[in-house]
Design a protein around this ligand. Sequence first.
Ligand SMILES: [Zn+2]
Length: 251
Amino acid sequence: MIEELVTTLKEKTLPPPYRVTQMDEQLAFEYGKGMKRILDEWKAKGYPCNCPDTLRPYFEGGMNDEAFKHALHEWYEKWDPIEQVRQLEACETVFNNGVKKYIPLQSWGFDIPDEYNVVVTPFAIGAGGAGQRMGEHGPVITMWYGRQWGKEGRTPEETLLHEAYHLGADEVIYKELGAAISDAAKYQQTKERIVDCCCAEVLVPDVLPLYHFQFSKQVDQPKDHLNNTFLYQTHLSVPQRLQLYAKSLKN
Ligand SMILES: [Zn+2]
């Protein structure tokens, strides 16, 4: 009873504040160190390392932490990602409309943080959008400053809402599916596919006119197991659909 009450009180009824900033130098140092630690694992999954040329030696093993700190300081002396910050700030209305669609999902465990902090970063693994929990900094959506928004690919709004979905549902997805898929690369791909499907389901066309899938070629394959056991089971909640899918993998 008390647990239920606490859960109800924690649930948001309105989108929380949305804020875009440039990652500060001190956090970038910590973030860079953390990124270096996991880089090999992500490269193996096919994600590139995106960073300024002067910082690349650090990520490739030819620079120590102290030298990285110095090179990073020099980078920050001239780095001014105001255009990227403004571009992401301009997404606020669409982003909030998307978060309004996420609010009812709290009933199955989708987490909406107290604030959506979007930070523009000097480096990133992959294309540069990531929803992650950063210790004392809480949930953060990181965006690489050099990300190119082309005509064919994802829009900033799509990327932000995709990452907000990760922040909301990654734990639930892992809880239901982590044990069923032991291969890390396969788990990563499946998770991305699930997040893409769920985003499109709740956001298209009311919030986003269309949504670019990361694995668009696979989406319409009717034989695909994930389609049958997850994607088409829209009458069930996401955790129920994940359970169904996990169970089907064991059969
Ligand atoms: Zn993703």
